[in-house]
Design a binder for this molecule. Structure first.
Ligand code: FAD
Length: 363
């Protein structure tokens, strides 16, 4: 049971019963049901009245079979649901929107390469599948029963050790998400989320988010290796879209050049082939990009700024974010859900003036 005081002298109560499937999980919860459950956990009768809000949630997991069908896209809980543990649902949905937002903006402007919109499903559905797998693992650890006790002790020791806690934090925040690199073998940073590192350019100090504020992709050239590597010439065909920034080398990045997408993920890293192939995948042939040069700025800037802010928010939240997709066939048809039957039920509600509920009671 979780008890939390909220504004206006009210109390939010949440009970979770991991014993098994709830027989009436489809039925709306009542105050009497919540009251009985709370009283059972607390070990004494608890009075309640005037519920403001009552709802029921479960540990069922669902993910759509495709994030796109024709002109229809799904994001957030419409695409994936799971037991709300680890605080990942909202952030995963936010990261869907960040991934989709700039791609839609580019498609609307005519700057998207073939397949850019389909990459939304390729990138975000595996991320949701991963979150679902992790929440199911957490639920498994929560289930009562002595047979799970050694596993709980083991996890406790791993977390207390420190190193693994960092791994789990990156997993829960989504910062360890690596995007699939289409048709190629990824080099170095490719597919990874670039942290908001400080950068020193000829114009002064800046950082990744500030540079992405323009809404377009960013080619970062590090030190002399970057400036002299011929990369700037290779992106000239997309000069209207790609912002090229020369900066000092950054400890930890260890590469000559990076092409960063508007959402902060690395589209290309030096060390393998040049960036032209990747640029064509994302933004079409150079001629397409040349047309964009005249208009680049305002629309993409809005989308990019929102994406950069949301990306940072998700990365900072500490609570927040990868299979092949099917080609969309019929527009207007809802993507099908695939999942499992509910096995557990839980209730929550906001009840005003329940002063007699002891804070911190847990069961
Ligand atoms: C108890 C609980 C605790 C949670 N805690 C956390 C947490 O700590 N951290 C976290 O990240 N996530 C948490 N989550 C998950 C999080 O709440 C959801 O992932 C998130 O709210 C999903 O946002 P969404 O915008 O995709 O969908 P929703 O929040 O469901 O928004 C969809 C909106 O669309 C509206 N709508 C539906 N149908 C129609 C229609 N036909 N026309 C117009 N409007 C419509 C709905 O009314 C709703 O307002 C929790 C969930 C639960 C149940």
């Amino acid at each position: 049971m979780v008890v939390k005081e909220v504004a206006g002298g009210r109390v939010r109560l949440r009970t979770v019963n991991l014993a098994g499937a709830h027989p009436r999980w489809r039925v709306e919860p009542t105050l009497e049901e919540l009251r009985r459950e709370v009283s059972w956990i607390a070990g004494r009768e608890i009075a309640m009245g005037e519920p403001l809000w009552l709802s029921r949630f479960s540990d069922f997991s669902r993910v759509v079979s495709s994030y796109r069908r024709g002109r229809m896209f799904v994001a957030g809980d419409a695409a994936h649901v799971h037991f709300p543990i680890g605080g990942q649902g909202l952030s995963t949905g936010l990261l869907d929107a960040v991934d989709l937002g700039w791609k839609l903006a580019f498609a609307v402007r005519g700057w998207a390469g073939a397949g850019l919109l389909d990459s939304y499903d390729l990138e975000r559905r595996p991320a949701a599948q991963r979150v679902i797998a992790h929440t199911r693992a957490q639920v498994a650890l929560m289930r009562p029963g002595p047979e799970l006790e050694p596993l709980r002790v083991l996890f406790g020791e791993l977390l207390a050790g420190g190193g693994e806690a960092g791994v789990l934090a990156s997993m829960v925040s989504g910062q360890d998400t690596v995007l699939p690199v289409r048709g190629r073998r990824g080099v170095g940073w490719e597919g990874r989320f670039l942290p908001n590192v400080a950068l020193v350019t000829g114009e002064g100090s800046t950082d990744v988010i500030a540079l992405l504020g323009g809404g377009g992709p960013l080619l970062l050239l590090f030190g002399e290796r970057g400036a002299g590597g011929g990369f700037e010439e290779q992106v000239r065909g997309w000069a209207g879209l790609v912002r090229v920034v020369r900066c000092e080398e950054v400890a930890g990045l260890e590469c000559a050049a990076l092409l960063v997408r508007p959402d902060g993920y690395v589209a290309w890293a030096s060390g393998g082939e040049g960036p032209a192939g990747v640029l064509e995948e994302y933004f079409g042939a150079p001629a397409n990009a040349g047309e964009a040069a005249a208009n680049a700025g305002e629309a993409a800037a809005n989308a990019g700024e929102a994406a950069a802010n949301a990306g940072e928010a998700a990365a900072n939240a500490g609570e927040a974010p990868e299979a092949a997709g099917e080609a969309p066939e019929a527009a207007g048809e809802a993507p099908a859900m695939a999942g499992e039957a509910p096995a557990m039920a839980a209730k929550s509600g906001v009840v005003p003036g329940v002063g007699e509920v002891p804070a911190g009671v847990a069961g």
